[in-house]
Write a protein that binds this ligand. Structure first.
Ligand code: TEU
Ligand code: CA
Length: 557
């Protein structure tokens, strides 16, 4: 398998608004990040993915960009950004920027021009359609509730917005628009960045008929994903972008792709097709959803294993996986897949092992490495996320019970991941000397980086060890994956194989104490003589790593 730096490093995602505030205005910023680079270097990560820091009216916290080539005032200046890049590079850390080009803000200059008249040369930078019998051009629902079309009086037409009304979709059918995007990307690459994380990049090619969704359901607006996910020209656009821009640099790319199937992902990431390096797929993020993401149901271990097995074996030798269990759009991993009470520490370590030992590039979301958890704010007023606020309004209007809606926000809301980073036990977790833009999780008193750094048995130190093992053992990066006991209800076990080496991972995913047979280890080829333990989340007892009589795994071991 071809060696690549972006396969061997671990990525750390920074959500700048919530990472570190340097000037007491309650909002995280670039100088705040710079002040924590030593912390990240000590953790051992090699790449930062920085969520958007561009000029933005913040309808969706920077994912609504009004100027791609300047820095958001709240975060600092271009000079601060240049300092961040230089200081990161000085520490051997690469910087990957967020590229949000499915849509802009409605306050972007392009949109102002596009909306002003039907024959403006930039009209077709966005997607404009006349209404049908006084209604929207199609019945598509927006990701953030309500219609995906918005009426604009200036020209009496509708524009498409898959996300908020303030995030009009760009029209990738326009070649002039595509050239603008490529120019902008080149400008950033020439500044010395190390790659892009591409926001919903598999949504940029739409079915240009914008057909109605036919459905039995009574709701006025329907999920139209089949008309814009992995659309007709998507591979053509990505290959063009690669040819015009990416191929000229040694950079890393990861495309965020809701609705990406394994078949599509093979195409997106195959080396010889020259599109992207990796995709963020969503299948494991959907295992606890019913009708929609707010319809919460328990996830099942067998399904979780089946999804990972499919992606591990499906891309092996063809493309490359990204590995993640949470990010700024998802609840905290330890609350969702582990146990955020009594077993918070062992379960966070277990989940980290599960992820980091698979084949692919692991992504850590800020705070994951200290086991930050979901939050339960008492009132909807404590929440900031547009997705949460729109959903709440809509459900209450439809007559839903307040408690039920709040409960789904506690389990799935994006603000779970967006509470400020908990640096220490001082007020607001040491994130700011002012009032934070969103409340700090009250557990900062015990869950914080200062505590974690001081405690050799912390989740933080466990991550450091996982990352350094990756540096020592090629098998962790390049070994072939094989899932074992796919039907077991409590245990996840898999192997990695490289040349004559074999790595075995055994994880107890719950709080029980399932029994295990040493004979099984022998069947996998492991003996006391030929094996050693690389890492575990409990101190070793007298049995050592390979006991010779039946033994029990401890909770979340
Ligand atoms: O997310 C797109 C996406 O598909 C979802 O994860 C989405 O955020 C939502 O949670 C669906 O329930 C990307 C960004 O990561 C997200 O922060 C932005 O809000 C969105 O695109 C629009 O730019
Ligand atoms: Ca600030």
């Amino acid at each position: 398998m071809e060696r690549k730096w972006w396969k061997e490093e671990v990525v750390y995602q920074i959500y700048p608004r919530s990472f570190m505030d340097s000037n007491g205005d309650g909002i995280g910023d670039l100088q705040g990040i710079i002040s924590k680079l030593d912390y990240l270097q000590e953790l051992g990560i090699g790449i930062i993915w920085l969520s958007p820091v561009y000029q933005s009216p913040n309808d969706d916290n920077g994912y609504d960009i009004s100027d791609y080539q300047s820095i958001m005032d709240d975060f600092g200046t271009m000079k601060d950004w240049e300092e961040l890049l230089e200081e990161a590079h000085r520490r051997g850390i690469r910087l990957v920027m967020d590229l949000v080009v499915n849509h802009t803000s409605d306050e972007h200059a392009w949109f102002a021009e596009s909306r002003c008249s039907k024959d403006h040369p930039k009209r077709d930078y966005y997607i404009w359609r006349p209404g049908r019998a006084g209604r929207e051009p199609s019945n598509w629902v927006s990701f953030f509730s309500g219609s995906a079309w918005n009426y604009d009086e200036a020209t009496e037409e509708y524009y498409l917005h898959l996300f908020s009304r303030k995030q009009p979709d760009l029209n990738w059918e326009s070649e002039a628009l595509r050239r603008e995007i490529y120019r902008m990307m080149t400008w950033w690459l020439d500044k010395g960045i190390d790659g892009f994380r591409m926001d919903v990049i598999n949504l940029i090619s739409k079915d240009t008929e914008y057909p109605d969704v036919v459905s039995e359901s009574e709701s006025p607006y329907q999920w139209g994903g089949q008309y814009f996910m992995n659309g007709p020209r998507i591979h053509e656009f990505l290959q063009e972008m690669n040819r015009e821009v990416l191929a000229k640099y040694d950079v890393m790319t990861v495309g965020e792709m809701p609705g990406a199937t394994i078949e599509e992902a093979v195409k997106y990431t195959s080396r010889e097709r020259n599109e992207l390096n990796m995709v963020f797929q969503f299948e494991h993020m959907e295992l606890d959803s019913g009708e929609d993401k707010w319809d919460v149901k328990p996830w099942k271990l067998r399904e979780l294993k089946a999804v990972f097995e499919k992606w591990q074996t499906g891309l092996q030798g063809k493309g490359w996986n990204s590995l993640y269990l949470n990010n700024h759009d998802q609840p905290r991993m330890v609350s969702r897949f582990g146990h955020d009470g009594e077993f918070r520490v062992p379960s966070a370590k277990m989940l980290a092992t599960f992820l980091h030992m698979q084949q692919g590039t692991p992504f850590i979301y800020q705070g994951e490495e200290i086991g930050m958890t979901n939050v339960r704010f008492p009132s909807i007023k404590d929440y900031q996320d547009i997705e949460i606020k729109n959903m709440y309004r809509e459900k209450i209007e439809q007559g839903a019970e307040r408690e039920k809606v709040m409960e789904s926000i506690y389990v799935k809301g994006r603000d779970n991941a967006r509470t400020p980073f908990q640096w220490d036990h001082t007020p607001h977790g040491g994130f700011t000397t002012g009032i934070p833009w969103i409340g700090v999780n009250p557990n900062y008193v015990t869950v914080n980086a200062l505590q974690a750094q001081a405690d050799q048995n912390s989740i933080y130190h466990y991550y450091r060890k996982l990352i350094s093992l990756r540096k020592e053992h090629d098998i962790i990066v390049y070994g072939d994956f094989q899932m074992l006991i796919p039907d077991h209800e409590e245990i996840v076990a898999y192997t990695r194989t490289l040349d004559r080496q074999k790595l075995l991972v055994i994880l107890n995913f719950f709080g029980g104490e399932p029994e295990w047979q040493p004979a099984w280890l022998a069947e996998q080829g492991f003996s006391r003589e030929n094996s050693r333990l690389l890492i575990g989340n409990y101190p070793l007892d007298d049995n050592g790593p390979l006991p010779d009589s039946p033994f029990s795994l401890r909770p979340y071991e």
